[in-house]
Ligand binder design. Structure first.
Ligand SMILES: *Cc1c(COP(=O)(O)O)cnc(C)c1O
Length: 386
């Protein structure tokens, strides 16, 4: 039997919620999407939430709403999913990276400051910086927010992993130190809508832009029309948007899942703590969670003491052969073939590159059984001791 690194849990309440929409008048553009948006906004303490069909779409729209375009720069971390960087390229901007902190795996605020100082001298400051809350642990948003003020860039938090997490007692998503926060509802993430994502913000104008761009740039409210309203059939396309809409079927699933957010995060913490106990004494440790952060624990990332790439590969392959779906989150984005063709290469971000040679994500999700967790731990023990 194969144990994946992450997996959704679907209850009978989830199924009932979805079925209810299927029997209703609206499969999409009905009441469930705004219901879901309000519920997420309330849960994370933001003024607005705009639901879309993926976090990738949310990142793209966030960049567009913030005016990112040709000649602009977006910086993010190399240790993320490719979508975090790709959104800058979608807008015609240049993408660059900031190296990580060796122990937390998160964008290093000191490295960011150094890079900003250098960029200021050469007139190449970024318009947007996208910190990623890897594994569910918030980046140091206070420091990043202060740098944003000092250097005049906007911040999009990629919180795809982090719904249910906290930074200094504030829920991730409240946008205290950012313009926009993005969450993913892919099935491996904390809660799911099948595919789906959402952007939260406290800025009414940004929320309006996100909402317009999600649906072709079409405006339906006559009070916002540019031209005189010619009849009750009218709508106006005012910007070049997309069809990035979430369906009501998905939103109903999301609403039902959101009800269990605290329980889901609590169960992840229980499992994580058990891993800590089961893996004690091994030449490896679960990745450090920064002080002041309550992680949503999307991932249990094990860091091997031995930083030799061949050792990492051996352990990885051994676990896979044992039916354990370990994964690497992530192979550095700048070393992907597409990014190499843009000019990036080995040595650009040494800490991120080293991270990729000793990080292993272990299975972690509600529904992982005690015996499965024992099996994973025993297997890790075996492969680390050979
Ligand atoms: C999953 C993920 C995304 C993309 O999410 P989708 O909803 O699949 O588009 C973006 N960034 C990070 C860090 C992710 O983990």
């Amino acid at each position: 039997m194969f144990i994946p690194y992450g997996k959704q849990t679907i209850t009978k309440e989830d199924k009932a919620a979805v079925e209810q929409v299927l029997s209703s008048d609206f499969l999409t553009q009905g009441p469930r999407v705004p219901d879901f948006e309000r519920a997420v906004a309330e849960k994370v303490g933001a003024e607005h939430a705009v639901a879309v069909n993926s976090a990738t779409s949310a990142l793209h729209l966030a960049c567009l709403a913030l005016g990112l375009g040709v000649g602009d720069r977006l910086w993010t971390t190399p240790i993320t999913f490719v979508a975090t960087a790709n959104c800058g390229l979608y807008c015609g901007a240049d993408v660059d990276f900031v190296d990580i902190d060796a122990t937390t795996g998160l964008m290093c605020a000191t490295a960011l400051r150094k890079k900003l100082e250098a960029a200021e001298r050469t007139g190449t400051l970024p318009k947007i910086v996208v910190p990623v809350h890897l594994a569910g642990s918030s980046c140091d948003m206070k420091q990043i927010g202060e740098l944003a003020k000092e250097y005049g860039f906007a911040v999009i938090e990629d919180a795809s992993h982090a719904i249910g997490g906290y930074y200094r007692d504030s829920p991730v998503g409240c946008c205290r130190f950012s313009e926009i926060t993005v969450f993913s509802f892919h099935p491996v993430k904390i809660i799911t809508t099948g595919e789906g994502g959402i952007a939260t913000t406290n800025d009414t104008e940004l929320a309006q832009k996100l909402s317009d761009l999600r649906s072709h740039g079409i405006v339906k409210d006559p009070s916002r029309f540019e031209a005189a309203c010619s009849g009750p059939w009218s709508y106006e396309q005012q910007s070049l948007g997309f069809n990035y809409r979430l369906t009501d079927i998905q939103a109903a699933l999301g609403l039902s899942q959101l009800d269990r957010l605290e329980a889901i995060v609590m169960e992840r913490h229980r499992l994580y703590k058990r891993y800590q106990e089961l893996l004690e004494g091994l030449p490896a440790r679960l990745m450090r969670i920064p002080a002041g952060v309550k992680s949503s624990l999307h991932l249990a990332i094990l860091r091997l003491d031995d930083t030799d790439a061949r050792h990492h590969l051996r352990v990885f392959c051994g676990l896979r052969k044992a039916g354990i779906g370990v994964q690497l989150h992530y192979s550095p984005v700048h070393l992907q073939p597409y990014y190499r063709r843009l000019g990036f290469h080995e040595g650009n971000f040494p800490t991120a590159e080293a991270y990729a040679h000793n990080a292993i994500s272990l299975p972690l999700y509600p529904g992982l059984t005690d015996s499965q967790q024992l099996l994973v731990s025993a297997s890790v023990r075996t492969h680390l001791n050979t």
